[in-house]
Write a protein of this length. Structure first.
Lengths: 286, 353
């Protein structure tokens, strides 16, 4: 009797959460899926006719290659982020408590500025006769302005810059929880530092590393404004394709279909993450 | 407590009645004009002097995109607003949906000032619903210091000397249309084969593209990031004001035209005030002020000669321009639109390689 009452209360406290989820996650999702099976009207809006055409259209080589290009950019950025972010998070976990606090603050401060404004900062660095050009010319490494802005590398730099801290925090939270005595034990038992790292440390921080990969890989497929601003709109991501379809072509159903496919891809990746790491939640989501 | 509220309410109502009496006994009831358009379309002086001259208060509300405007207008069933200024294509949709009222031309005594190039277009062939306001054309602008040959038309943009040095607008109807124009076709062809052929031609332009951008392209031209750019009128205005040495080219293949036009919604509360406003800004002197503020092409031929030298080159069309050398970008069939999107995506992919 008492228990039944308690569980009723329990439900009541969860009610706002359910309402929120249904209203702001479930309903829009359903709307998007339904929309993706409808047909666009001749001039404006959609008609309520069922069609698979939007999905068939995605199979055209030009759209498939957009998905492939997005994956490629995400892969390149994520790889670079792993090589910078993993050691960073790892060594950050080894700092003194005070050092950790300071480092955390140093990583958070840039977030107080709008991400678009920070990206415009990169434009000032990269543009013709910009900061970087002046530095290189001042050091007599180059003698004329380089064309750095609106190139592929500029986009990669922007992606790495925007997403790096997600990797750092994920690896850090994993490494901080780690029992370092296990590493010492491995060393005592005769493992070389490298061997101890690969058999003990890496395995124990794997959930953090994997969640860092998810947290950087997935957004980098959709952060089209970085590709637009630093890449001069020439690197087409799935995100920019969706935006184009919505804003310029007014083809909402096709945009919805693209978004559904993108979501299925991300869901698969998260399922894969759970399978490999055996962890149900993403690590490092502060 | 209740009493206090009731008292406050009745006091407020009484005040309202007295206020009503006050104005009606002295003069005509206060008139209002609900104007709905983008932000910053008129200089403040023009709105103020209209208010002074006619006693009509202008309530200015703004929208970001044409689509938002149409949504609000159809929710209001053609009411709420007295005068709307929006882009050509969306006006066509609004007219089709019965949201636009016919103009009473007897009230528009200054209508003859309108330049006929901007009239009788696809969205309003008989000019019975709209009066044009500003017009935009896509022009090529280049910096003769960094581009070492003369550009006279779209065809010149394919020149290999422009490698990685060209900025273009991110609008596929304009850019695919440019390729169509170099092939002697119309912007508005519904022939998918022709659109695809234009797409093939565009792929050859990809090595020259440095930047695809809709906003603030003039900055990249001024800073030297690109040597040439296809830009909208408002951007050309800003670029020329920053660097008068830049050259503006009206492509010899002809130019694409966009028009912002004024119309009165079907259920407008005060269509009379709207007519008065349209007629007011059609006066050459007022129109001149508006266009110099707006930075778009003057659609008022009586105002053309009043526009100061400084602005003339980029606010009025060259003398030798006729209606034949312009074409508006009009809505096309869904298949043609789809072909355009596909061609455009292929082109952008090629630019990124």
């Amino acid at each position: 009797m008492k228990q039944a009452k308690a569980s009723k209360k329990y439900w009541a406290t969860l009610l706002p959460l359910y309402l929120f989820t249904i209203l702001f996650v479930g309903a829009p999702l359903l709307y998007m899926v339904v929309l993706s099976f409808l047909q666009r009207a001749e001039s404006w809006g959609v008609t309520s006719q069922f069609t698979l055409q939007n999905y068939i259209q995605i199979l055209q080589p030009v759209y498939l290659s957009t998905f492939a290009d997005s994956l490629k950019l995400a892969l390149i950025s994520t790889t670079i982020i792993v090589f910078i972010g993993y050691p960073f998070g790892y060594f950050m976990a080894k700092l003194s408590p005070k050092g950790k606090q300071r480092m955390m603050l140093a990583l958070m401060v840039p977030f107080w500025t709008n991400s678009l404004i920070r990206l415009y900062g990169w434009i000032i660095i990269f543009r013709a006769n910009g900061t970087l050009d002046q530095l290189l010319m001042g050091l007599h490494i180059t003698d004329s302005p380089l064309k750095l802005l609106y190139t592929y590398p500029a986009v990669v730099v922007g992606m790495v810059y925007a997403l790096l801290q997600f990797m750092i925090f994920a690896v850090y939270s994993s490494a901080e929880k780690m029992d370092w005595s296990l590493v010492e034990a491995a060393r005592d038992l005769g493992a070389s530092p490298a061997k101890a790292f690969f058999t003990v440390t890496l395995k124990l921080t794997l959930p953090g590393l994997l969640s860092g990969i998810i947290l950087t890989f997935i957004p980098s497929m959709g952060l089209f404004f970085i590709a637009d601003i630093l890449g001069g709109n020439k690197v087409v991501l799935v995100g920019s394709l969706i935006q184009d379809q919505l804003v310029k072509a007014h083809n909402t159903p096709f945009a919805a279909a693209l978004a559904v496919v993108l979501m299925i891809m991300t869901t698969l990746m998260i399922a894969l993450y759970r399978k490999i790491s055996g962890v149900r939640d993403l690590e490092g989501l502060l | 407590m209740k009493k206090a509220v009731a008292f406050a309410l009745s006091a407020a109502m009484a005040a309202g009645i007295f206020a009503g009496c006050g104005s009606s006994s002295n003069q005509q009831p206060k008139q209002e004009l609900n104007l709905f358009t983008w932000m910053g379309m008129f200089p403040d002086e023009v709105l103020e002097s209209f208010q002074k001259e006619t006693g009509i208060t202008v309530n200015y509300s703004s929208f970001d995109t044409d689509e938002t405007m149409l949504q609000k207008l159809s929710q209001a069933k053609g009411g709420d607003y007295d005068l709307i200024i929006a882009d050509d294509y969306i006006i066509q949709t609004a007219i089709e949906q019965g949201l636009v009222a016919k103009l009473d031309k007897e009230k528009l005594t200054n209508l003859d000032n309108v330049n006929p190039i901007y009239q009788s277009q696809f969205y309003d062939p008989d000019n019975s619903y709209t009066v044009p306001y500003g017009a935009g054309v896509q022009t090529i602008v280049y910096n003769p210091e960094t581009v070492n040959f003369e550009i006279t038309g779209y065809e010149d943009l394919w020149n290999a000397a422009l490698e990685d040095n060209l900025a273009i607008i991110g609008n596929y109807r304009v850019i695919n249309g440019m390729a169509l124009k170099t092939m002697g076709e119309s912007y508005n062809t519904n022939d998918v084969a022709k659109i695809e052929a234009a797409g093939q031609k565009l792929l050859e332009l990809a090595p020259n593209i440095r930047l695809i951008k809709d906003e603030n392209t003039q900055d990249d031209l001024i800073s030297g990031e690109v040597g040439a750019a296809i830009m909208y009128t408002s951007q050309v205005t800003l670029a020329k004001m920053a660097n008068p040495d830049l050259k503006v080219v009206f492509p010899k293949e002809g130019i694409g035209l966009g028009i912002m036009a004024q119309f009165i919604p079907s259920q407008a509360p005060n269509p009379d005030a709207a007519h008065q406003f349209i007629n007011y800004i059609l006066q050459p002197e007022v129109a001149k002020q508006c266009f110099e503020h707006l930075g778009y092409y003057s659609t008022n031929k009586a105002a053309d000669e009043l526009i100061s030298e400084e602005y003339k080159e980029f606010l009025t069309l060259p003398d030798n321009f006729t209606a034949d050398s312009t074409e508006m970008i009009a809505p096309i069939s869904a298949e043609a639109e789809e072909a355009h999107v596909k061609v455009w995506t292929e082109f952008k992919n090629a630019c990124g390689q």
